[in-house]
Design a protein around this ligand. Structure first.
Ligand code: CMC
Length: 442
């Protein structure tokens, strides 16, 4: 009968080991018993970028990258995008179930009453340079929030965890909007709790002299759908950063600040900004073949294409492509969509992209929508960070409650020098030899 184990023969010693397989995984800790001698530290797994290592067990988000499937707590993303709203989806992600009417109302209320931020945070934002990138401001202000809420250190306390979750989901749009208004030299707009989560965000961004800002319902809904699509994505770079930092048992504000920092990079949340820059550089549909050639030659990447997990069309990109046309009904067409469509058309027929299973990802069309809605490019990753906060908080709470999790501490394979004796400066080698060695280090 088939056994759920893996038998390993160590050809160095001839010994055999039987290792259990659980959930289609082995525990790499089980490899430690494989040794050549008593003082050997044991076999390790070498997995740069953790491409084939499960770092946790999670019940939040399911992805089948080959089939292009994404589900939150078992619910297909397509259904949530069509029928749910961001706050309800955030509840689902954080709590594990869809709320009934009473619980939804309580959740909405509990988040809405936390939309204000301490006035000192406003002053803090004021002190950033006029051209500070809003993601930099977000990293700083979220980190600063940890000093305002010392109770957040009580991470083992359920009530404290709930409170910080509401605070963070409630305050993120306010911090993001303050960062934007600062960059424009505009006065900050305080939250309007009569509006929806996205309506209030749009108000804090774009309200001018009117008494009450009235968001366009199509744009408000489009943003809500984009927020649903960005709410969680299992163990991506920023979530891994949140979990890794949180594993030291630091407060969640510090952990989420780390997540935002990770999201800032062009290979992650910064990709939609990079897509727009690429489309602007290409400039017209007739130049697309020339650029495809460049990408294939390794001169830059086709931004918004490819994914570590999806080896099929990213299901979020499909939905976003549709939303783009709804937004254009209100804003007028963003001409960059034509260049994007042509890139997609050619790439999906080209063997380079087909053989590597490179398809449009979530970032390929989202920037085009954000630009049509009037967001500057620097705000794009911020629009990713706001909804991802519910995912990060759910992942954080899961980590904190998981008895198997300990402080994250990967191993390494040391490839540096063996022991060396310290040499005083006058006796060190010729400068040219030293400079060559040093030049390569950073
Ligand atoms: N354009 C051209 N070639 C690419 C691209 C691309 N966008 N993405 C991957 N490749 C090639 C890559 O050169 C490599 O080719 P070869 O095997 O000949 O060396 C092969 O495809 C595999 O690439 P990889 O870098 O090993 O794949 P990865 O899983 O490490 O990277 C990725 C995934 C998303 C970082 C990468 O596809 C990429 O840089 N894409 C562009 C940036 C982007 O759109 N990022 C947003 C990701 S989705 C949102 C998010 O999660 O934040």
């Amino acid at each position: 009968m088939a056994k759920n184990t893996l038998t390993i023969t160590d050809n160095r010693t001839g010994k055999q080991y039987e290792i259990p397989i659980e959930d289609n995984a082995i525990r790499t800790g089980d490899l430690r018993q494989i040794k050549t001698s008593a003082d050997d530290g044991g076999l390790m797994g070498y997995d740069p970028a953790l491409a084939n290592t499960a770092s946790c067990k999670s019940k939040i988000t399911y992805i089948d990258g080959d089939k292009g499937i994404l589900r939150y707590r078992g619910y297909p993303i397509e259904e949530l995008a069509e029928k749910s709203n961001y706050l309800e989806t955030a509840y689902l992600i954080v709590k594990g179930e869809l709320p009934d009417a009473k619980h939804f109302e309580a959740w909405r209320h509990n988040i809405t009453i936390h939309t204000m931020v301490h006035e000192n945070i406003k002053k803090f934002v004021d002190e950033f340079r006029y051209d500070a990138h809003p993601m930099g401001i977000l990293v700083g202000t979220i980190g600063a929030l940890s000093t305002f809420y010392p109770d957040a250190k009580d991470i083992m306390n359920l009530e404290s965890r709930r409170l910080q979750t509401r605070r963070l989901i409630g305050k993120l749009p306010t911090l993001a909007a303050f960062a934007y208004r600062h960059s424009r030299g505009l006065p900050y707009v305080y939250p309007d709790n009569d509006l929806s989560y996205c309506g209030n965000f749009l108000s804090m961004l774009f309200k001018m002299t009117e008494l009450q800002y009235k968001p366009d319902p199509v744009l408000e809904r489009a943003l809500d759908v984009l927020f649903i699509l960005h709410a969680d994505h299992e163990q991506n770079c920023s979530t891994n950063a949140v979990r890794s930092v949180a594993s030291s048992q630091v407060d969640p504000y510090s952990a989420i600040a780390a997540g935002v920092a990770a999201l800032y990079g062009p290979l992650h949340g910064g990709a939609n900004e990079a897509v727009i820059r690429m489309l602007l550089e290409i400039g017209s549909v007739d130049r697309v073949p020339e650029y495809i050639k460049k990408f294939k030659a390794g001169e830059g990447r086709l931004m918004g294409f490819g994914h570590r997990v999806y080896k099929n069309y990213d299901p979020r990109a499909k939905i976003i492509k549709k939303v783009a046309y709804q937004v254009f009904e209100v804003t007028g067409k963003n001409p960059l969509i034509d260049i994007a469509l042509e890139l997609e058309r050619i790439a999906l027929q080209d063997d380079y992209f087909v053989s590597r299973k490179l398809y449009p990802n979530v970032d390929f069309y989202s920037g085009i929508i954000y630009q049509a809605m009037g967001f500057p490019m620097t705000m794009f990753p911020v629009l990713f960070a706001i909804p991802r906060t519910s995912g990060w908080m759910a992942q954080w709470a899961e980590l904190v409650r998981d008895p198997e999790q300990r402080i994250a501490r990967p191993r390494q394979i040391y490839t540096g020098e063996a022991t060396r004796a310290y040499v005083p400066i006058p006796q060190r080698p010729e400068p040219s030899m030293r400079e060559e060695a040093v030049a390569e280090t950073i």
